[in-house]
Write a protein that binds this ligand. Sequence first.
Ligand code: FE2
Length: 296
Amino acid sequence: MVLPNVISPEAVLQARRDIYRGVGTAWTALSRKDGDPGAGDEVRTTGTAPSIAALFNDFGLRQLLEECLEAPVPEVQQGQIALLFPGNAVNQSNPKYGDSGMAQCGHPGDSIPWWGWSGHLDGQWAGGCVPPEKPDVPETDGRYSFESPMEQTFNKDGETHWYSDPSTNGGLLHFSPESNLANFTCLVGVALSDQTMEGVGNLGLLKGGWKVVNDVLNQQRAAGGTLGPEDYQGGLWPREDVKAPNGHGLRHMPDAVREAFKEDAVTTPDGQIWPRPTLMQLKAGDAVVVLHQTPQ
Ligand SMILES: [Fe+2]
C-alpha cells in the first residue's frame, strides 16, 4: 500500500540531516581507528534520532495501522536506516569483502540480478558473522563450527562464528519450539530521497509472494512442525543452501517462492532462480506499508 506525500518536506529534511550527521560521525570514528569506512554500526544508531521515529509517529501512519489492525499500535522509538552508498549498487552491508561481497544467500552480491535483490522475510536469524567465503578447509575454519550454537563464540582470530546466537541482526536460530520466525506485523517504509528510477536503493517487493509464503507456513503447521526455516518436515524450507557458492547460503524465503515466480525471473547457469521484484518508485515523503509475509 503506497501512501503518496504523507510526510512533510520539513520532516524529511530533518531526518536526512540527522542521517548525514550520523554518517559523518561514523566515518570520522572509523578512520581514526583505521577501520573500513563502510556503513558501520555507528551509522545505524542514527535510527534512534527523534526525527526518524517522528516519520512514523507524527504523520498518521500509526493511526492508519491501528485502523487496519483494529488494535492499539504504540509509538515507535526508532527506525532502520537503509542507505545505498555511491558506487555500491549492490548493497550487501558487508564492507569486509568490498562492494561485491558475499550476500546472505551465499552468492557474491554482484552476481545477483535485479540490483542484488535476493528476497527475504523479516524476523529471521541472519548468521553470526559476515557471510563466509568458501574456505579452503572448512573443518579448520572456526567460523563454520556448530559446537556452541546458542551463544556468541569466536574463532582464534576473534571472529564470531557463523552459527552463533544472536545473529548479526539480533535474530535467534530458534525463537520457540513453534517458530523460527520472530513475530512480525508489517514493514512501514518512508522514502527520504527521490527514488523514481530503479537502482537507487529502492525497496524491492515480490508482489503476491505472500500467498506462496502463507501456503508453505500452512503446510508446515499441518505437518505439526516448527514454522520458518530449518524445516523438520522434509524439504519445505531448509535453512541452509549448501549448493550456494559459499556452501552456507541462507534461504531467507522458501524455494517455492522462487519456483512460483520463475516465469518473470532470471535463472543463472547454476540453476538458481532470481524472481523479479517490483522496485518501488517513491518520491521523498511517500510512505509504503508492506504485509509481513511479502518477500522484500
Ligand atoms: Fe527486511
